[in-house]
Design a protein. Structure first.
Length: 231
């Protein structure tokens, strides 16, 4: 956005790929993304079935699949939104009428004056957005480290089987619980039930809190702040 108008250059590129007029490329873009979510959820269902020695019925497998899909989607959406918050702030859909009503100048980029203005503004915007995204990345990394430590400490003191398992099994358990709730199975013992509740509460709180933490730490984001509940 400049004093002359607005440039939708980058947005126009994404719109040319993802649009109803270009359904083939839209399908080729969205299908692998959806398939990756499904594959990850299916892997967790398979893993759950293995550690329960194949005791899951088909109905239970389908329920687990939907459960893991929703958890993975919520976690991924939270990470994506928190990390790319500075870039989303520049999206035209979040701008007020003053910016939306500015003249669109992308078609004038062949003109040297407009191209120079665009390049100057682009470098400023990219520098600001990149620095803010880096800060959010550090915040997300620290949150995940705290998450792993919290799960490890809780399991060490309150889940006896965690202390008995091999290091490899515990590592898989800790990494898996970054995205989903996957307690250590112990024949539905009290320790397993307590751990399940702890993991669900931790994952739910973290998914919501990380967004507001990045929003608080990031530079002024008036448009994101105005739509925080919707996002």
């Amino acid at each position: 956005y400049t004093s002359r108008g607005r440039y939708l250059y980058f947005y126009s590129i994404s719109r040319s790929i993802l649009s109803t007029k270009n359904w083939q490329q839209s399908l080729l873009f969205t299908a692998p993304v959806a398939f990756s979510f499904f594959t990850a959820a299916f892997k967790f269902v398979t893993f759950s079935n293995v550690i329960q020695k194949g005791a899951l019925l088909m109905k239970q497998k389908c329920t687990h699949l939907v459960y893991f899909l929703l958890l993975i989607f919520a976690k991924t959406y939270s990470i994506f939104l928190s990390l790319n918050m500075p870039a989303i702030e520049e999206n035209i859909f979040l701008q007020n009428d003053l910016y939306k009503n500015k003249q669109e100048l992308s078609n004038f980029l062949s003109d040297e004056i407009y191209r120079i203005e665009f390049n100057v503004q682009r470098l400023k915007t990219l520098k600001t957005v990149s620095e803010a995204i880096y800060v959010n990345f550090v915040v997300l990394l620290l949150v995940q480290i705290v998450h792993v430590l919290a799960v490890s400490v809780q399991a060490w003191f309150f889940v006896p089987r965690y202390r008995q398992n091999q290091f490899k099994s515990n590592l898989i358990f800790l990494l898996g619980n970054i995205f989903v709730c996957l307690p250590i199975k112990d024949d539905r013992s009290r320790s397993e039930q307590v751990q399940t509740i702890f993991l669900l509460v931790l994952l739910t709180f973290e998914t919501v809190a990380v967004f507001y933490l990045c929003l608080f730490i990031s530079p002024s984001l008036p448009h994101i702040s105005g739509h925080h509940a919707y996002l």
